[in-house]
Design a protein around this ligand. Structure first.
Ligand code: URP
Ligand code: ZN
Ligand code: ZN
Length: 462
């Protein structure tokens, strides 16, 4: 048996802040105690004086190797989970993609094959349903039984991932009956496609037009429709990557009615804006994602939503495409720029910066980045907290260290940083995953294959 002691730090969870020592046996947290009030011995001791001791981050929305727009997201499960660990995230939940005409099972098997034996940290899987029909609806309960309990549907991307309202309603009815959680990409895709065609016909081909055609009102309209469909089906709803204040208002209104509607936003919507999409020389392509970045004045509403719990989770929607050769596919036609931003390595630091800036309390930082995603997707309290019985996924975090985000120093397999040159206060010092040291003071000690698949229970907010 290996015993590890983390001593002298400030333990921060979603519920508490306390100066405590943390004892780990093998891969599990076994006890917390007041410093100096125990006689624990250990094989390995980490001195966390002056540091925070927090649960490893849970990033509930990543896309390693996602096929999109004729190319693939540039992080593999190996490179992406390594980068996650560098940033203090010890659990990711990625999306297995069902191809049109194929089964959910085939998509799930393909994603298991990509991830198995390659991950540095633990991982779960959601399923993207691109083809809702009698047969795929019948597959849902079996997948839930295997721990794949959430299903993403798209109101956007007609001809690719899109589901119409009838398909959405059927999937929601099945989720209501079986305990699944529908995750919704809420944008009115058919209307956006009309606006794309009209913009291109006017010669508006630059990346900034991506943000202009994907209107906030079309995110809000789709969010409203998704809420009503979920209500009719009697199903819970989790709206992914909320970026528009008008969409957030729809979620808040639903929650005020007591409906089981949940919302996620992402660091890019909190820290970046349409100003980035308008960067010259096609640099704006680096910031093309959907839902799109919004004008800066949407950010205050998102921060407020995180404080008031109208938004519960911050995930990255990590979906990196290199500028060279991938984002460049859309030179001369913004609609051909692969959608997605890198960020799995940056989330914990950016949200800590939000604590420094006064947007969030420390406990709320850990709630939205660790505990709430673990609860939302059936992993709590194994993940998302530090308590006896929890997996020893632990981050020692230096809250004072200055840290400049840059492609020159990051570990994501992508040739740019969406936050290039931005200095934040705070940096990960040590990372443990199930008791194994993955990272310590700038030295990477992890290995592909340590990370294990996590079968999940159903949503724990219901
Ligand atoms: O732009 C994005 N978000 N790319 C990833 C796919 C998705 O819709 O989440
Ligand atoms: Zn999406
Ligand atoms: Zn996504």
């Amino acid at each position: 048996m290996t015993r590890t002691l983390i001593s002298g730090g400030l333990v921060v969870t979603a519920a508490d802040e306390l100066h405590a020592d943390v004892l780990i046996e093998n891969g599990t947290v076994v006890a917390l105690a007041l410093p100096g009030r125990h006689h624990w011995t250990a094989d390995r001791v980490f001195d966390a004086s002056g540091k925070y001791v927090v649960p490893g981050g849970v990033d509930a929305h990543t896309h390693m190797e996602l096929p999109f727009g004729g190319t693939f997201a540039s992080d593999t499960f190996e490179t992406g989970t390594r980068a996650a660990a560098w940033g203090g995230t010890t659990t990711i939940i990625d999306f297995a993609v069902q191809s049109k005409g194929a089964s959910l099972r085939a998509g799930l098997d393909a994603w298991h094959a990509k991830a198995d034996g390659r991950c540095a940290v633990d991982y779960g899987l959601h399923v993207i349903m691109s083809d809702v029909n009698e047969s795929t609806l019948r597959e849902m309960p079996g997948l839930i039984g295997e721990g794949v309990t959430s299903f993403k549907l798209f109101m956007a991307y007609p001809g690719v991932f899109y589901s119409d309202d009838g398909q959405i309603l059927r999937a929601m009815q099945q989720a209501a009956d079986t305990g699944g959680l529908v995750m919704m990409h809420a944008e009115n895709g058919p209307a956006i496609d009309v606006l794309v065609e009209q913009a291109l016909a006017r010669g508006e081909t630059d990346p900034r037009h991506h943000g202009e055609v994907r209107k906030a009102l079309l995110e809000a309209e789709a969010t409203h429709r998704a809420v009503q469909l979920a209500r009719v089906a009697g199903a819970p709803l989790y709206v992914v990557h909320v970026s528009a204040r008008e969409a957030l208002a729809e979620i808040a209104a639903a929650r005020d009615l007591g409906l089981p509607v949940f919302g996620e936003t992402c660091p890019q919507y909190l820290f970046l804006s349409t100003d980035n999409l308008a960067e010259p020389d096609f640099e704006g392509a680096k910031y093309v994602c959907s839902t799109p970045l919004r004008p800066k004045d949407h950010q205050a509403a998102l921060w407020r939503g995180l404080r008031t719990d109208d938004l519960q989770v911050v995930s990255t929607d990590h979906c990196p495409f290199c500028f060279k050769g991938q984002k460049e596919l859309g030179r001369g036609d913004f609609s051909k720029i692969p959608n997605g931003l890198p960020g799995v390595e940056n989330r914990m630091d950016l949200l800590h910066q939000a604590v420094v800036d006064g947007h969030l309390t420390r406990r709320r930082w850990i709630d939205i980045a660790c505990a709430a995603p673990a609860r939302m997707f059936g992993l709590y309290p194994r993940k998302g907290t530090l308590a006896p019985g929890a997996d020893a996924d632990v981050v020692i975090y230096d809250p004072h260290a200055p840290h400049t985000l840059s492609a020159a120093t990051h570990h994501m397999n992508v040739d740019y940083s969406a936050y290039e040159g931005r200095t934040v206060t705070g940096r990960v010092e040590t990372v443990l995953s199930r008791g194994e040291v993955v990272l310590d003071r700038g030295q990477y000690l992890g290995r592909p294959g340590h990370g294990a698949f996590l079968p999940r229970s159903t949503c724990q907010y219901l």
